[in-house]
Ligand binder design. Structure first.
Ligand code: DC
Length: 231
């Protein structure tokens, strides 16, 4: 599409999309775009203002005040800026995960963020991860992958990550959050999470990180043009 090559990776929360996508982007020379981080930034803004994240009118009313930008640090990590403030750490709090899922079901928010994502893909070879990249944002993507794992396997992994970061939580509450978000993400009216018909399915329930990574690399190698993405 438009001289650039796009890989879309969709799937539920905690399937390891961001870790695997980041590695694959570095391996194959793509710009990694974590679109969940953009929804999280809107969720954070609404949460900070004490707005009900389900209220389309209230959330819609603040969108015009939000200057949301993506940047990359020297290590190539994506950073999120909200009105000039680096909110990359703040958007990872568990309560912001819920707000992000809530605001992401609002059509006003999805429309607001659509062009930002498409513009990035027009200007770069992207490996973009999210929920609706293959179905809505980049339906012409050259390669679509649906990355998933059982809810229990995902909760185990997420629990380890959170505990390592010093967040106090337990398996049941992590599993509850994952199930809540799975339900919302797959049942919302607009752009629900689903596997695109032409997406390759990768289920990592029984795979560790290295095995998942190899499986993803194998899929990309099999589909990439031999000379790699166009510059
Ligand atoms: O991938 P994540 O957990 O950081 O995403 C946060 C929320 O944003 C998630 O609950 C669903 C939503 N989201 C979305 O609706 N569409 C996307 N392309 C990416 C994320």
């Amino acid at each position: 599409m438009n001289g650039h090559f796009a890989i879309a990776i969709d799937g539920p929360s905690g399937a390891g999309k961001s870790t695997l996508a980041r590695r694959a982007a570095a391996q194959f020379g793509f710009l990694y775009v974590d679109t969940g981080a953009i929804y999280r930034t809107v969720g954070l803004a609404a949460h900070r203002r004490g707005i009900d994240c389900h209220n389309e009118q209230a959330v819609g009313a603040i969108l015009g005040e939000l200057d949301i930008r993506m940047g990359y640090n020297d290590e190539g990590e994506q950073r999120m800026y909200l009105n000039g403030e680096d909110v990359s750490a703040a958007i990872r709090a568990p309560e912001i995960s819920i707000c992000a899922s809530d605001v992401s079901s609002l059509s006003v928010v999805r429309a607001f963020l659509l062009e930002m994502q498409r513009k990035t893909a027009r200007e770069n070879n992207v490996l973009m991860d999210g929920r609706d990249i293959g179905t809505v944002v980049l339906p012409q993507a050259e390669l679509k992958i649906y990355l998933t794992a059982s809810a229990e396997a995902r909760a185990e992994r997420r629990l380890k990550e959170l505990l390592a970061k010093g967040v106090e939580t337990d398996f049941d509450s992590v599993l509850r959050d994952i199930e809540y978000r799975d339900y919302q993400d797959t049942h919302r009216d607009i752009a629900p999470l689903r596997q695109a018909e032409d997406a390759v399915l990768l289920d990592t329930s029984a795979l560790d990180l290295e095995q998942s990574c190899q499986a993803l690399f194998d899929i990309i190698r099999a589909r990439l043009p031999l000379d790699g993405p166009k510059a």
